[in-house]
Design a protein around this ligand. Sequence first.
Ligand code: G1P
Length: 275
Amino acid sequence: MIKKCLFPVAGYGTRFLPATKSMPKEMLPVVNKPLVQYGVEEAIEAGLNEIGFVTGRGKRAIADHFDVSYELEHQIAGTSKEKYLSSIRGVMAKGQFSFTRQGEMKGLGDAILNGKRLIGDEPFAVVLSDDLCVTENEGVLSQMVALYKQFRCSIVAVQEVPEKDISKFGVIAGEQIKDGIFQVNQMVEKPAPEDAPSNLAIIGRYILTPDIFDIIEQTPPGKGGEVQITDALMTQAQKGCVLAYKFKGTRFDCGSVAGFVEATNFVYKNVYFEE
Ligand code: G1P
């Protein structure tokens, strides 16, 4: 079954400069937790305990976050402040963390290909931690893992977006085979609104079968001169099966300042509780 989850985290986070000049954008806190921890918690909830990060320069804080801080542990052991470490201790107890580097930023497809040495020949999930997903019950990855068990093919999470936003996303078209589940027959990375095949946008949750690695190797650079996972998935859809899944939950675009603030307000009101 699926055990591994890849987090491409090499991006610069230019939209948050100067905050991200020396700090990874994935470490920006949404209330009291770094953004990336929400994604890792979602993966672990789905039973994906082997977490692989595709990192880059300036991202060491992410590795430190998922490692023991002896000095801190020593200082607060037995004090009333220890409770503040409970969520990260829980994640660290369950997860195993590996890191590899993406030498050059050549696109999301290339980042995922860099993760091949951590994944090997098995199906795996990918989380783009900029997309923070809040659900009432099961997390989005849990929902997708359940679907994978049934269909055994690559799956992308999608949501409907207004026309003005469509060019920010990979967009799919497909045949609805069940309520909210589509067999994909078209995929375009960041189309102009007039070229978009539908209003169903891919958000940052994927389950990929391992043949995707060979396909990415054969995929030429696409939109923006970058190797796009959307293009590789389109090839996979033509050869076999790729599903798009309209997930249950709310997604916040924490890669944009407005989305980040919205997520912060939402989490503070609805998710966070003071320990
Ligand atoms: C990436 C993908 C895009 C997807 C989006 C979801 O784009 O390339 O297909 O819709 O993530 O957040 P990015 O936002 O990294 O430019």
